[in-house]
Design a protein around this ligand. Sequence first.
Ligand code: IPE
Ligand code: IPE
Ligand code: MG
Length: 269
Amino acid sequence: MTQLPHPPATIAVPPVSDVPRHVAIIMDGNGRWAKRRLLPRFAGHKRGVDAVRTTVRACVRRGIPFLTLFAFSSENWRRPAEEVSLLMKLFRTVLERDVDSLHTEGVCLKVVGDLSAFDDHLRLLIERSMEKTAGNTRLTLTIAANYGGRWDILQAVSAAFLANPELRDDPSRLTEVQLAQHLSMAYAPEPDLFIRTGGEQRISNFLLWQLAYTELYFVDTFWPDFSPQVLDRAIESYCNRERRFGRTSEQVEQGQVIPDYLSGAKTEC
Ligand code: IPE
Ligand code: IPE
Ligand code: MG
């Protein structure tokens, strides 16, 4: 039986509503936004922070309970050292400046990724910010930093084998649920809506496991120009999708009850 608060979409058909429970965003296009204005790339990252603030508020107002933002990928270390160092500094500054107001707004902050690569000061700030906001329930804001979907799956596999020593005799018995319990975002439902700004149509090693049945939305807007209006257009597009999760349209229309083959319980579709 699962200890997961939200079973994977491949195990049980999740509830579908007009307000996505979880929006996950690749905030891309900061560099190009700056280049268009003949500014250094970092100016785009700085303006990107304003778009983060606006988007968090917009999600709170719309009653979206989970928002996940891709801030720095495991591959972004390949960028020029100066840009990486400025990005780390910006992350520190934002944590120092914004955590109190996030707390007041009822936001629970989580940071996922391989945090061992960050310096002690940044790690401590992350830890304190998460502790301070841990009891908040209005919106869970997850920042993916030094995050890679492949890293996440690998660390989850290792953790699942450590937690279930009986699997060593027969590794083929490892189940999706056993693995998913150890993913870094096991506390959240899988994203309903994925948005990537900046015009590229790729996943760039974001939530590889969790995006299995997510609705994808790509928009040309550069991240610093992202606004509640663009968010609403993405949500509108999401509302017009038929989420079938492997079933036929007819089954979805009839609201057919499907046995949840994990627990034997029935889930209404
Ligand atoms: C996204 O914007 C921010 C990070 C990856 C940190 P980019 O910096 O990738 O902007 P573009 O894609 O070069 O315009
Ligand atoms: C993805 O953007 C990572 C983040 C937004 C943090 P990138 O700009 O790094 O992605 P690629 O390199 O164009 O795929
Ligand atoms: Mg980019």
